[in-house]
Design a protein around this ligand. Sequence first.
Ligand SMILES: CC/C=C\C=C\CC(=O)SCCNC(=O)CCNC(=O)[C@H](O)C(C)(C)COP(=O)(O)OP(=O)(O)OC[C@H]1O[C@@H](n2cnc3c(N)ncnc32)[C@H](O)[C@@H]1OP(=O)(O)O
Length: 310
Amino acid sequence: MRLLTHITKTLLGAAVNTNRLPVLSLLSRKMSAINYDFTVLRVTRPRDFVVQVELNRPEKRNAMNRAVWDEMKECFDRLSVDKDCRAVVLSGAGPMFTAGIDLSLLQELATTIADEESDPARRAVAGVPVIRVLQECVSSIEKCSKPVIAAMHSACVGGGVDVSATCDIRYCSQDAWFQVKETDLGIAADIGTLQRFPLVIGNDSLTRELIMTGRKFYSDEAKSIGYVSRVFPDRQSLMDGSLDLASEIASKSPVAMQTIKKSLNYSRDHTVQEGLDHIALLNSVMIQGEDTGKAAMAQMSKEKAVFSKL
Ligand SMILES: CC/C=C\C=C\CC(=O)SCCNC(=O)CCNC(=O)[C@H](O)C(C)(C)COP(=O)(O)OP(=O)(O)OC[C@H]1O[C@@H](n2cnc3c(N)ncnc32)[C@H](O)[C@@H]1OP(=O)(O)O
């Protein structure tokens, strides 16, 4: 435990600890009190119930340094319990979505692990939680109860693929390209790409080809293999389309939406029967809520249902 605390503090830093809220107080506060005042993420509310999270280190091509990782986890943990958020759009400020992990952080992590102990076995044991901390940052997107749409323009490199593969829906602009760059840096991707990318594209041979070669693939191929579901002509139409999609999702019952995300993720990782058992249990509770009646009434009267905050 001491080691983990040490690693979290020293490797991921205390960049956002000034606005960190204890988890319980976060849950009990009015959600307008949730603080999204970060240093390398820009968080805005462009539409009703829609939150846009922008990676915001444009001068460094949104390379993910320790502050980005740390703030990403904080941000998605907070969005998960934010009653004023029903859908999230994740994008990059400046010339591209992201250039992946900040190479100086990568070097720092490798050196820290190597310096930790003199014995290789002890160094290896010390290395595991370092990688786990970064895995948790990426997984915070999957664990966030709200659907997350990745809106990607230009480059999506290395860690960007780990992050986007974790999102619920991926859109990109025509100029987008993707690269599992870790391969060229002499490492196996270790924070999600190897686990999630094959599930997203459903093609084992192509997964291995793209990851084992580190070959760039462009928007049209990304669409044809199912990595993204839509390609837009330019960045502006990408952002408009992504926000429109987020608005549509946000207009639906938040009870239904959070249950859908939970069930899809659970079912992806379990057998069909386990997935069916899981949703039967969830819906035996959720179907008792007010949203089902409201939605049915709205369908019949051809009016728009307005759902209360969840
Ligand atoms: C435990 C391990 C966990 C996670 C591991 C993740 C692995 C990865 O993410 S691997 C991928 C790492 N990324 C890269 O190798 C990309 C390196 N960058 C580039 O190839 C290019 O910069 C580019 C993305 C193609 C963009 O090119 P361009 O538009 O021409 O910009 P530049 O002039 O090259 O860069 C501008 C500015 O940004 C800095 N920068 C770019 N990428 C990174 C990066 N990954 N890390 C740190 N800094 C980066 C670059 O140094 C320039 O900075 P200046 O101060 O202006 O020199």
